[in-house]
Write a new protein. Structure first.
Lengths: 406, 97
């Protein structure tokens, strides 16, 4: 989150005032991405527009492939990555849904593609504003998922995503998620380290295979039941490796540049907390105000912002929940017929605890409805009140007319 | 993948790839119901059949002529269909032939 004053003043650094989308484009530029395949979709379009401008001006030496759909965009990325190129694309909502088949392929083929997804609600009703229903629907595929909370974090996450994805112990694609408009179109300061320092920290991709006519190989052949499961177990093992590597990469990046290092969970005032508020993305920063206000009223509440959803930080959440009496989860996602993904998976984390905290979960901000610190305060106070009476609730929709919280 | 090398999942490559090897699925020529016969007298050695054979089952002989490898030719008939000189005839395979 915080950028030190030292970082700002350092020579050769750029201080930009840019949108989250342009922060993503700048990250792609300094990561020296070699192939970009893209199809425009609101609210992502200005990412690939800015990259097109970099390529056109010769500031980024990349192949820029204009395709006829997102399905083709991901397919082109798969081909480029299999041929050994550092590859990027960006999409949102329906574009991501159209890629679905190819997202499986990118993960199963172990291609270190990095993709920015601007989280946008799914239609109908047609809606360009934010929620997490688009990316949460893609959480089972073998893509690492990172959720950002400010524009610097968007820039930092993409740089670090390449280092993570391209590690031989990982070789999995990474989705860097940022919320529609709240981040994608909002201007914030972003600090860009000098190119030679980025080059030093992020060396060129060493691909598992390259496209070489002298040594031809075929990708994605028929694999019989006798051999398939081992390939899939290796994906699970790679995700386990991410659990170990991601915080180390984050530490290294933070130490080198003084910027936001990757980590699974960001905590705020958790040390003496007897209640825990869990959420993601920009809500996870806004909620600091909520926690401060709740503490002023005598509630010892701590905040955890879940920054990585795949692999799910089950150990970290279990550790935070240990000894806590009450957990409140706010999801910007709904799995129809169940509840929000963060709530469901937090329950997985809590299950082995001998003394399980009570948990109340909310569905909020669907389709871009604003969720302010006051909304989260209302939710948290209600949840604490219900749990005080021993009556936790699950998947409570917040803000729906006719469903006022009793 | 040679079976003997694959004892635990650690012996697997990270993703399925294959390198060129003849007949990984066995003698696929047994799938054939029609056999392409190249009539030498009409063949101009243009090699369109060699180029278009989807199985790579036509090779170029010592005098530049196309030769069918019947071990792997599945009898699809693309060569006969594409030959503009009518030099390739598809003949029904006979049982026991």
């Amino acid at each position: 989150m915080a950028v030190s004053a030292g970082a700002r003043a350092r020579e050769g650094w750029l201080s930009l005032m840019v949108t989250g989308n342009h922060a993503a484009a700048w990250a792609v530029k300094v990561a020296r991405v070699q192939v970009v395949a893209a199809y425009p979709i609101t609210p992502q379009t200005t990412i690939v527009e800015k990259i097109a401008e970099f390529v056109e001006k010769g500031e980024l030496k990349a192949e820029y492939i204009r395709v006829e759909s997102e399905h083709s965009a991901m397919t082109a990325c798969i081909g480029a990555s299999a041929a050994g190129a550092r590859t990027f694309t960006a999409t949102a909502a329906h574009g991501l849904a159209l890629m679905h088949e190819c997202l499986w392929w990118a993960a199963g083929a172990r291609l270190p593609i990095v993709m920015a997804v601007v989280n946008r609600a799914m239609g109908p009703g047609w809606n360009i504003w934010t929620d997490y229903c688009d990316t949460m629907a893609q959480r089972d595929l073998g893509w690492v998922q990172i959720y950002c909370a400010d524009n610097q974090e968007v820039f930092d996450s993409i740089i670090q995503a390449y280092r993570l994805a391209e590690d031989p112990r990982v070789m999995l694609p990474v989705m860097v998620d940022l919320e529609a408009f709240i981040l994608s179109h909002t201007y914030m300061p972003v600090h860009v380290p000098p190119q030679d320092e980025i080059d030093d920290w992020l060396p060129p991709l060493k691909p598992a295979w390259t496209l070489d006519p002298e040594e031809p190989i075929t990708h994605g052949n028929l694999v019989f039941p006798a051999h398939y499961m081992e390939f899939r177990y290796l994906m699970q093992e790679a995700m386990e490796n991410v659990k170990e590597l991601l915080p180390k990469i984050g530490e290294d990046y933070k130490r080198r540049f003084g910027l936001t290092g990757l980590d699974f969970v960001e905590t705020y005032r958790c040390e003496d907390a007897d209640a825990l508020l869990l959420t993601m993305g920009t809500m996870g920063v806004e909620a600091r105000i909520t926690v401060d206000r709740l503490r002023e009223r005598g509630h010892r509440v701590g905040l955890a912002r879940v920054r990585v959803f795949r692999p799910f930080p089950v150990e970290q959440i279990r550790g935070l929940a240990k000894g806590v009496e009450k957990v409140v989860v706010i999801d910007r996602h709904i799995s129809y017929g169940a509840e929000g993904a963060l709530a469901m998976e937090t329950k997985w984390a809590l299950y082995p605890l001998e003394e399980k905290p009570m948990m109340t979960s909310f569905i909020a901000g669907i389709g871009g409805r604003d969720v302010t610190y006051k909304d989260m305060e209302t939710m948290a106070l209600k949840a604490l009140e219900w749990m005080e009476k021993g009556q936790p609730r699950e998947g409570v929709w917040y803000g729906v007319r006719g469903l006022e919280l009793a | 993948m040679a079976e003997a090398e694959l004892r635990t999942y650690r012996d697997w490559p990270i993703a399925p790839i294959s390198r060129p090897t003849p007949g990984a699925l066995g003698l696929t020529g047994t799938w054939r119901t029609f056999r392409p016969i190249i009539h030498e007298e009409r063949c101009t050695k243009c090699l369109m059949c060699w180029l278009l054979c989807p199985e790579g089952a036509i090779y170029v002989g010592e005098e530049g002529e196309p030769v069918v490898n019947y071990d792997y030719c599945k009898g699809c008939g693309v060569c006969a269909s594409e030959c503009r000189y009518g030099a390739i005839e598809m003949v029904r395979e006979e049982v026991g032939a």
